[in-house]
Design a protein around this ligand. Structure first.
Ligand SMILES: C[S@@+](CC[C@H](N)C(=O)[O-])C[C@H]1O[C@@H](n2cnc3c(N)ncnc32)[C@H](O)[C@@H]1O
Length: 233
């Protein structure tokens, strides 16, 4: 019998896997399928649905599932975002390794089709401010966050449908928490300081253009640094 082979998880996908536990989980844009296979292998989930919009990556995922010997617990479907999911498959959903605007497109198209995941774990590649704001406006609480090391610092968000204002933001400066993450701020996450400093360097390089968005982002980054210092860091 051939031994099962599992694609390894990098620190980014490790951080994602640590925030997922559910009987049935759907991963959107799986490509190599490393995440859903690790979730099965580690018994964090019992069954997975793997969604890919592109034929090539779907085939890569199919081969990975076969090498892991998990065909009986993984369903593969080709399609866009949440489209291929049945209602009961919206209990727990992840989307990782894409830009946050692409993710928002997937979530908005899902909403338009009446598909809203109960629990969402998202890992955007380019900051998470838009996703945090979207979550607040669409009845989700941000229940956990991580920041993973890698080529960039990757935010990971676990969102759960809930009613009323999200307690994660209580007592924090609004813009700072929305852009940089309320849990990361409260934890004074070591990578957050690096992230704010990197953003400050980038924004200070653009300050001379005096674009309103740049000046506003710069003020937010400075306020985060001030908040981290003033609250005893
Ligand atoms: C950069 S890879 C990320 C793979 C993996 N999720 C990770 O984090 O390492 C993005 C994958 O998402 C797929 N993808 C992009 N947009 C999608 C969509 N709207 N629906 C389903 N899959 C999508 C692409 O085909 C590609 O295989």
């Amino acid at each position: 019998m051939t031994p099962a082979v599992f694609p390894p998880l990098d620190a980014r996908l490790e951080a994602v896997a640590n925030l997922i536990r559910a009987p049935l989980h759907a991963d959107i844009g799986s490509d190599h399928a490393a995440l859903p296979l690790a979730l099965l292998h580690r018994q964090r989930v019992e069954r997975v649905v793997i969604v890919e919009k592109t034929a090539g990556p779907l085939e890569v995922a199919r081969q990975a599932v076969s090498l892991a010997g998990l065909e009986d617990r993984a369903t593969l479907r080709r399609g866009d975002g949440l489209d291929p999911l049945l209602p009961r498959e919206l209990e727990s959903v992840s989307i990782t390794g894409l830009g946050q605007r692409t993710m928002l497109g997937i979530l908005e198209r899902g909403l338009g089709a009446g598909k809203q995941p109960e629990t969402l774990v998202v890992q955007p590649n380019d900051g998470a401010g838009l996703l945090r704001a979207w979550a607040t406006g669409h009845g989700y609480w941000l229940v956990a966050e991580a920041l993973a090391p890698g080529f960039w610092r990757y935010p990971v968000l676990r969102l759960e449908q809930a009613g009323g204002p999200d307690p994660a933001y209580q007592g924090l400066p609004e813009a700072a928490a929305s852009v940089y993450g309320p849990h990361l701020l409260r934890q004074r996450h070591p990578l957050l300081v690096q992230e704010v400093q990197a953003q400050l360097r980038r924004l200070e390089g653009l300050e001379r253009h005096a674009r309103p968005q740049i000046l506003s982002d710069l003020a937010t980054a400075r306020s985060v640094l001030a908040w981290l210092e003033s609250s005893g860091g």
